[in-house]
Design a protein around this ligand. Structure first.
Ligand code: MAN
Length: 350
């Protein structure tokens, strides 16, 4: 057994019923994959909240944003032969794909990192405009100086890309546009410059040649990215054979940048976590990579949910040798787990 995660005994720490829908009439189906940061003496999660209307018997309905940014509900009859509901995350109708739920982001705070509450007057952070009309998902948060940068998945009829927003006070959040166009997601910006450049991991998908691989890019200003290089492929026959994607910002260790990433198989669909070690000065060089996952969906709440057999993280806190990840379990509930950085490095043969 290669799982070295120490799960919180309190797991799951947040469930859909703990949060109020963004507007009356919506039902929260899933809480997923939070960004994590410290601000004003507290620990904050930026949750992904996935909602849809209460489902009527025999019908499938879900929200999208219309051209004016207003919420519109689309509804289909389940007996319609053009409707494909085989993936619980996707509605396919007559060759057009939609999402079964629309996601927005929501802040919750905690003093000790286990019991989280929504602060008063907390506003949901919603998708805006044509590139976010199916919602925003899986937000990474990285602090550079006084500014927090949010990188998240923008979903629309145009595809899936990476958006950037920034804030210094979490009251005003500035939208800085799409930084990686479709198909791209899982973007984690490094928390400091290396040499005179910023770096980010990202995950383009190539449908014919290539696949769902982790890439690295550099930037002078966090908005314009170039010099892309591919650093990690899927590995046939292994726990990350179908797709891989970065988690949160890489962790600086004396051995190199440690990145906790997700890897998935299909048939069965199963998401695990593993680690990559990147060179401190030339982060496009991979020094080591997990042969076996460091965390697998083992607990009941990780095996059964909205989309079962998923542990997925894009947020953590580092305190000395300890890294605390917050993660989405089975795309339904939020959980926490701790790792020793030294122990992860040992699993990499360091
Ligand atoms: C994708 C993303 C994640 C989700 C996993 C598992 O990688 O959409 O948000 O948690 O799939 O469904």
């Amino acid at each position: 057994m290669s799982d070295v995660a120490r799960r919180f005994p309190e797991n799951p720490i947040l469930r859909p019923a703990d949060i109020c829908p963004s507007i009356p009439g919506m039902k929260i189906e899933c809480l997923l994959n939070p960004g994590v940061f410290r601000f004003e003496g507290k620990i904050w999660l930026l949750l992904r909240v996935a909602e849809r209307p209460e489902q009527k018997p025999g019908k499938t309905s879900f929200p999208v944003l219309d051209r004016e940014g207003k919420l519109e509900i689309l509804e289909f009859d389940n007996s319609d032969p053009q409707l494909d509901l085989s993936d619980p995350r996707v509605v396919s109708y007559a060759g057009q794909d939609y999402l079964t739920t629309m996601s927005h982001l929501r802040l919750v705070a905690s003093k000790e990192g286990i019991h989280f509450h929504e602060p008063l007057l907390n506003r949901p952070i919603l998708g805006q405009g044509d590139l976010e009309s199916y919602g925003i998902e899986d937000c990474r948060v990285v602090q550079i100086g006084d500014t927090y940068y949010l990188t998240f998945t923008q979903v629309s009829q145009h595809g899936v890309g990476v958006g950037l927003r920034s804030t210094t006070d979490w009251r005003e959040i500035r939208a800085l546009g799409m930084i990686f166009p479709p198909h791209n997601k899982d973007c984690a910006i490094f928390g400091e410059k290396i040499g005179d450049k910023f770096y980010a991991l990202h995950r383009p998908s190539s449908p014919v040649l290539g696949g769902n691989y982790i890439w690295i890019a550099e930037s002078p200003d966090l908005v314009h990215w170039g010099n892309h290089r591919c650093i990690a492929h899927n590995r046939k026959g292994m726990w990350d054979s179908a797709r891989v994607g970065a988690g949160a910002a890489p962790i600086r260790t004396p051995e190199g940048w440690l990145e906790i990433y997700h890897g998935a198989t299909v048939n069965p669909n199963r998401y695990c976590l593993g680690a990559l070690l990147l060179d401190l000065h030339e982060p496009w060089k991979v020094l080591a990579r997990s042969q076996d996952p460091i965390m697998e969906p083992l607990a009941e709440y990780e095996r059964v949910g909205f989309f079962g057999n998923v542990v997925f993280t894009n947020g953590h806190l580092v305190d000395g040798d300890e890294v605390t990840i917050y993660y989405g379990a089975s795309d339904r509930v939020i959980c926490g787990a701790r790792f020793s950085i030294r122990e992860i490095l040992r699993t990499l043969g360091r």
